[in-house]
Design a protein around this ligand. Structure first.
Ligand SMILES: Cc1ncc(COP(=O)(O)O)c(C=O)c1O
Length: 361
């Protein structure tokens, strides 16, 4: 039986992406690698129609956190100050990364079930001088799509740049590189883009990297950008994973780009939501606050999460636990990857059976 991954990445790979993993072995110091790297970097910029003269696409071998750490440690200059917006695990992680890198930091913390407050951001930016604000686009902890446009407007007024964690939104939600004052945006291959885990990336405004802070040898974006622009790489890259990302990007553009993916995920999440709502399982957030990528649900004590997880796993579905303080009551289901309508119909049937059995006890 096929296992359907409904966790927020890594995702089920399509046949085309999986086949790409088996392409011939190449050396990362040869022109074949330069071609592959160039194609992937160009493809990532094309997701949001970005100009290569303004934006650099930096590929890193690592998970999404590697990209977030490279972004924060490279973009906040020495002597700079970061205001870190937190409303979930990944916002909190950005603060931890800044601290670990010795960056001057303040936190703007909101309840995990609330949106960041633009007025509070305005007040905080008026109080002290900051170079950057960091924020998560889609806070995967709760499935909230943070309304970056509102925060971006405040940042622009204060002349402060944005560092955006778009690890679980890049390729499926709107990112307005033209209007928001983005200094850099971190993403990964194995979520909305449907690649394999092992490659992450940062889309960086070239002008913002002129004075790279050089806090790290391995995660310094300026080093990568200089090498990758010249067709080389400072370190060994995960070549097979890049082949897979190249195929995933081809598939992404063939299917119609980010808007088409947004519509696809929204349709899938709609079906999942309807199936759960029918059996009385409610969402943690109202529809207007949710991303298209993932939804968090509340079990309201009807069944222990571990029981639901195990019963679904035995039937070929992997769902995802809530995090931290939400672990007891919430679970999450994501719509990314190579899953089918039939998979989701079967999920609905299995959920009905499992919860009916639990309710009968
Ligand atoms: C918004 C966000 N940021 C960062 C990460 C960390 O990514 P990784 O686990 O690939 O390091 C995740 C992972 O789910 C995420 O959803």
């Amino acid at each position: 039986m096929r296992t359907v991954l409904l966790n927020p990445g890594p995702v089920n790979l399509s046949g085309r992406v999986r086949a790409a993993l088996a392409q011939p072995d190449i050396c990362h110091r040869e022109p074949e690698f330069a071609r592959l790297q160039h194609a992937v970097r160009r493809g990532l910029l094309a997701v949001y129609g970005l100009d290569d003269a303004v934006w650099g696409s930096v590929l890193l071998t690592g998970s999404g956190t590697a990209a977030v750490e490279a972004m924060i440690s490279s973009c906040v200059p020495r002597g700079g100050r970061l205001l870190s917006i937190e409303n979930g695990v990944y916002g909190e992680r950005m603060s931890l990364i800044a601290e670990a890198n010795g960056i001057e930091l303040d936190r703007l913390t909101t309840d995990w079930l609330a949106a960041p407050d633009a007025d509070a951001l305005d007040a905080a930016l008026g109080e002290k001088s900051y170079t950057h604000v960091s924020v998560v686009h889609h806070e995967t902890t709760t499935g909230r799509l943070n309304r970056i446009a509102l925060l971006a407007e405040v940042c622009k007024r204060h002349g402060v740049s944005l560092l955006l964690d778009a690890v679980s939104s890049f390729g499926a939600e709107e990112i307005d590189f033209g209007d928001w004052p983005i200094a850099a945006c971190a993403g990964t291959a194995n979520k909305c883009l449907h690649g394999a885990p092992g490659v992450a990336f940062v889309i960086v405004r070239r002008s913002g990297l002129a004075e790279s802070a050089k806090r790290s040898v391995y995660l310094d974006l300026a080093t990568y950008l200089n090498h990758q622009d010249a067709g080389s790489t400072p370190f060994t890259q995960s070549i097979q994973t890049l082949y897979a990302l190249e195929a995933a990007l081809d598939e992404f553009f063939d299917a119609g780009g980010w808007r088409a993916r947004n519509a696809l995920f929204a349709e899938r999440m709609g079906a999942i939501h309807a199936a759960l709502s029918e059996i009385g399982v409610e969402s943690l957030l109202p529809e207007s606050e949710r991303s298209c990528v993932l939804e968090a649900f509340n079990l309201q004590g009807r069944l222990a999460y571990s029981k639901l997880h195990d019963a679904l796993k035995a039937r070929g579905f992997v769902i995802y636990a809530g995090r931290g303080k939400l672990a007891a009551e919430a679970f999450r289901i994501s719509a990314m990857g190579d899953i089918t309508t039939a998979d989701l119909e079967r999920l609905g049937e299995e959920l009905r059976k499992i919860l009916a059995k639990a309710g009968a006890r």
